[in-house]
Design a binder for this molecule. Sequence first.
Ligand code: OAD
Length: 372
Amino acid sequence: MGNEESSMVDDSTRPSVLEGRNVEAVAKYIKERNVQRIVVMVGAGISTSAGIPDFRSPDTGLYANLAFLDLEEPEDVFDIGFFRQNPKPFYALAHELYPGRYRPTIAHSFIKLLYDKGLLLKHFTQNIDCLERQAGLPGDIIVEAHGSFATQRCIECKTPYPDEEMQKKVQHGEVPYCLVPQCNGLVKPDIVFFGESLPPSFFESRDLPEQADLCIVMGTSLSVQPFASLPVLCKRGTPRVLINMQQVGGLGSRPDDVLILGDIDAGVRKFAKAMGWEEELEALWEVTNPDPKAREAENAPVPSRDERLRQEVDRLTADVERTLNLTESYQQRVREKLGEPSESSFIKVDSQEQSREGGLDHVFPHLARESR
Ligand code: OAD
């Protein structure tokens, strides 16, 4: 994992800026010190309660559930070399993940609330689901470090491809090709694949963490460089808050780091409560759910978050299988190859394989070196 800091939490260290290492002290700091430059850094974990699986969670993460595609590594689905040879697995997945199907989570609305209050300096996201935009954040406050589904172009001549055409192709599970007749290259959403460079907006904004007076990191394993190094760029003495299921990326090692471990939705609600923003936050989130029927359904007893995520992953994997027309015999072959019993509906990759690190290190070797 690439960070200057060890992953030890030193709770005994007295904070130098905050009065305590808890969310109440962070709220006091924001109010009393007139904090107005907050940087937020997020990953797939802020979208899981919307039903979008993250990448590395052991059972429900995408990489654990793509083994049946017979990819050498599940990450290959986002590998540019692999995509050139076989774009179908990516488009099967794109069909499932394409924006429009999912509602922003309360964590997205929390970020929008920071923006509405004039406190947000920059929002750095690794997510490609566009849920920040859907929650109302304007494009210029967001750095989509790994790109997004918002635009697309030919990978050869770089000619942009029309949004409507793209939508149709993805909906029908078809691979789009460049409309320039003499080119006819493969079209890909402007998502950063392994082996590609991050967008200029990422590098243009890399000095902002240093200018921030508060950093909030949510829902990321911080295992892909150079994004993983962003929290390290905050000045020592700048409080950093981690809201995540587990501790990641050395957060907790500085005296003014605060860890809010557990479910992210619960974490942001706790943060909002400490700020006195509970009602505003719920109201803002409600705006993302204009359908009264959906509201009614929400009040009905619902399965737990994990059950819903499991159901969504099952549905997604089944749809990808169908889109790719994987035959039973093909699946059998893959299962045998992986040494799994044929009746198991998923073939799990082992956890070490899943935690393969920093796929973009080779693109930014200087950062990988710095952070070791
Ligand atoms: P990961 O799947 O690596 O990490 C998600 C983190 O969020 C993990 O620490 C989870 O435990 C945590 N998490 C998930 N759901 C949560 C919940 N409801 N409450 C609390 N914590 C939760 O996802 P990323 O860090 O975003 O790159 O992955 C980084 C990059 O790796 C992605 O952008 C993608 C991938 O390869 C590309 O596609 C280029």
